[in-house]
Design a binder for this molecule. Sequence first.
Ligand code: ADP
Ligand code: MG
Ligand code: MG
Length: 251
Amino acid sequence: MLEIKNLHVDLEDEEKTILKGVDLTVETGKVHAIMGPNGSGKSTLSYVLSGRDGYEVTEGSATLDGEDILDMEPEERAAAGLFLAFQYPVEIPGVGNMTFMRTALNAQRKAKGQEEMSAADFLKLVREKAKALQIDSDMLKRPVNVGFSGGEKKRNEILQMALLEPKMCILDETDSGLDVDAMKLVADGVNALRQEGRGFLVITHYQRLLDHIKPDVVHIMANGRIVKTGGPELALEVEKNGYADLVEEVA
Ligand code: ADP
Ligand code: MG
Ligand code: MG
């Protein structure tokens, strides 16, 4: 389980506090969603959990199954079972997708003290996973993300997730560029990989994605804090009435 307690985060370069005491527990096997207005700190939360530079944790903690993740290097976080969907969104010309994914898997295995997986074994595994997710394995022969459509990038992301078998998946579906088809892909991927022993934190600005994913718990974030928590009906309430009422209610 992912446990975030009283998390306060400042920008390193500016005197600006972005997260002002986030409390959030995602139990294993559950799908939690975070919604909230633009600029409320949703992406900052996922960046901090991924270990991105530029942020300073001034107070609070984040643990995965009791292990302090904020103290870990990004690859240690992956080995501990954390997966962040935007971790590899970059285009890497000249590096084959297959090689890239095998490198990511082997980095994780190494950090866990396991042996490297051979190219042949990896090929077998990746074909199995791709087949189960109905992903065309032709994509694996191309350079990482180069010329991929939005939908292909999403498929690739879901395949990476399936390969790394994380305990906790965090998806920041940033508001732009996710059309209905891509949204459906993400939702199908999450639903296919939903299982006991794996939790999801799905961050989204729009309720539409949650039509397909059906989260167990919905949180609303505003001004650097979780201001309301409820069931899936909370997402529908937001869709109908917007954030203003909720945020005002809290203020
Ligand atoms: P959300 O994902 O909810 O839209 P963000 O986490 O992207 O919100 O941003 C929260 C606030 O922090 C915004 O006011 C944003 O402008 C600010 N912010 C985040 N990262 C930076 C940065 N690197 N430099 C300047 N401001 C930032
Ligand atoms: Mg934003
Ligand atoms: Mg964002």
